[in-house]
Structures are given as C-alpha cells and as structure tokens.
Design a protein around this ligand. Structure first.
Ligand SMILES: Nc1ncnc2c1ncn2[C@@H]1O[C@H](COP(=O)(O)OP(=O)(O)OP(=O)(O)O)[C@@H](O)[C@H]1O
Ligand SMILES: [Mg+2]
Length: 264
C-alpha cells in the first residue's frame, strides 16, 4: 500500500503540476490514471519513486516507511518497476541482457552481476518466457517489433520481482491489437503476483476494460476516483474537455509574459 498525504509538486520554473493531493493505492489494485495532456499523470508517477521529488507532503510505503528517507527509497525502488512509453531498452543488447538489468537493484553495480549466476539467468529467462519471448532471448532488441520491445520492458520489470509496477503510457506507441495484448499481459501478471499497478493511459476504453480503479486528473488535481463502472462515458469525456480552471490560467500567465519578452 502507498499512501500520499498532501503531496504537491511545483517545478523550479513555478509551474504547479500537482496541487496537494491525498490518496491511497491499495495492494494488488490495478489503477489507471486518466487526464488530458499536462494534467499531472507523469509527474504523479515520477513522484511515486522520487524521480520527481515532491515539493510538499509525504509518501509512505506500508511496511518500509516514508520515501524521503534514503534507505526506504532504496528498498522501494528495488521493489517498484517502471515501464515507459518508449521502452527505455538498450537497443544493441539482447532481450536477455536487457531483462537482466531488472536484477541490478539486487546488486551494488552492473559489474557485480557478473559472472552471471545460473539463478540470475534463470530468473531473466523465466520472465521472458512469461511474456512469450523466450525464443527471442538472444536477439538484439532493436530487431524486435514495438509490441515485443514493450514485452521485453515488462519482462525486465518482472525480473525485478516487483511489488508495484508504475507505467507511464505503456501502450501509447502501439497498434490497438498490441495495446490490448500488452495491457492484458500486465494485468494478468499483476493479478497472479498480487502486484499493485499504477498506469497512465490516454485511451478511455482501455482504462474501462482493464482497470480496477480509475483516477481522473485535471490541472494537477484528482477529480474522479472510483471503479470504472461508476463513471459514464460523459464523466470520462469531460476529463478531456478544453476548459482550464482559472487558477491554472493564472499560473500560466507569467510564463506567457516571460516568452513575450523575448525577441524571437
Ligand atoms: N521537468 C519539468 N519542468 C517544468 N515543468 C514540468 C516538468 N515536467 C512536467 N512539467 C509541467 O507539469 C505539468 C504536468 O505535466 P505532466 O507531464 O505530469 O502531465 P501529463 O498528464 O503526464 O501529460 P501527458 O498526457 O501529455 O503526458 C505540465 O504543465 C508540464 O508542462
Ligand atoms: Mg505524461
């Protein structure tokens, strides 16, 4: 379980991406974050493992403590796997080598993974098998399709033996069939291992289909939170309507002024 208490994020330039926000993500829950561009989804995901250090509030991980403590953050990062839109794989390395990177958190350095123990290789091969890519283990990842690369990214997270998966638009660059394939795989993996998932998506239909819970964001605030069946098409479509709350307009104004003052 992850508890956020009054967590906020204002970037050095003055943009407030998250207004003080309190929310609990339960163990084993498959949560989808929805919201238009700039709503704060990536910032929230990045705060959940301190890739963005929140400007205020607390994040507490059940059983280990508050994330702002270095030892808690190290333990949490070891158990929290990240999946990204653009895979973040090493293109010239094989699928197996990329998946082995998931084991790095359990060793002090990349070098300390070598010579590779049978058990490390076995964990990585098991993970590739789980995503249906054992037969591609020795192939360079840049020779794989986008959907396959994303599955290698999931295998890398699996090899990490995670308790939580944070995924930022994991299917944004995939065709509809591959998007379904990757999301249903992620969901099955999370349900089998009682792993919590917090995933940002732009596709409302996929969110409805796969999530246990939808958290809708708008201008750095949570404006919807509940089971998918609680929301009508209209509720969800409204997340993407154009109107911007007036406090956000105010916060953009100095930015415009600064840009206007440049001689382009
Ligand atoms: N590193 C940064 N420095 C300054 N401002 C940032 C930074 N990262 C994000 N922002 C701003 O914070 C706000 C929220 O951005 P964020 O990336 O979290 O939105 P998002 O919901 O993930 O959008 P998208 O759907 O386009 O990915 C935006 O106004 C964005 O410009
Ligand atoms: Mg984003």
């Amino acid at each position: 379980m992850i508890q956020l208490q009054e967590v906020s994020m204002t970037f050095p330039g003055g943009i407030t991406a998250l207004h003080p926000l309190s929310i609990i993500f339960g163990r084993g829950e498959f949560t989808v974050l929805l919201g238009s561009s700039g709503a704060g989804k990536s910032t929230l995901l990045r705060c959940l493992n301190f890739l963005n250090q929140p400007s205020g509030g607390r994040i507490t991980i059940a059983g280990i403590g508050e994330l702002r403590h270095g030892n808690v953050l190290r333990q949490h990062r070891c158990r929290a796997g990240m999946v990204f839109q653009h895979h973040h794989l090493i293109a010239r390395q094989s699928a197996l080598q990329n998946v082995l990177l998931g084991r790095l958190g359990y060793h002090s350095t990349w070098r300390s993974l070598f010579p590779l123990s049978r058990s490390e290789r076995y964990i990585a091969l098991e993970a590739l098998d789980r995503v249906g890519l054992l037969h591609k283990a020795m192939e360079r990842v840049d020779s794989l399709s986008g959907g396959e690369q994303q599955r290698v990214g999931i295998a890398r997270v699996l090899a990490q033996k995670p308790q939580i998966i944070l995924a930022d638009e994991p299917v944004a660059s995939l065709d509809p069939a591959s998007a379904h394939n990757v999301l249903s795989l992620l969901r099955d993996i999370c349900k089998e291992g009682n792993i919590s998932a917090i995933i940002s998506l732009h596709q409302v239909d996929l969110a409805r289909h796969y999530s246990d819970r939808i958290v809708g964001m708008r201008a750095g605030k949570v404006v919807l939170d509940g089971k998918p069946e609680q929301f009508s098409e209209r509720d969800l479509a409204e997340l993407y309507s154009q109107s911007i709350p007036s406090d956000t307009q105010k916060s953009i104004e100095p930015e415009k002024q600064a840009i206007l003052s440049f001689n382009l």
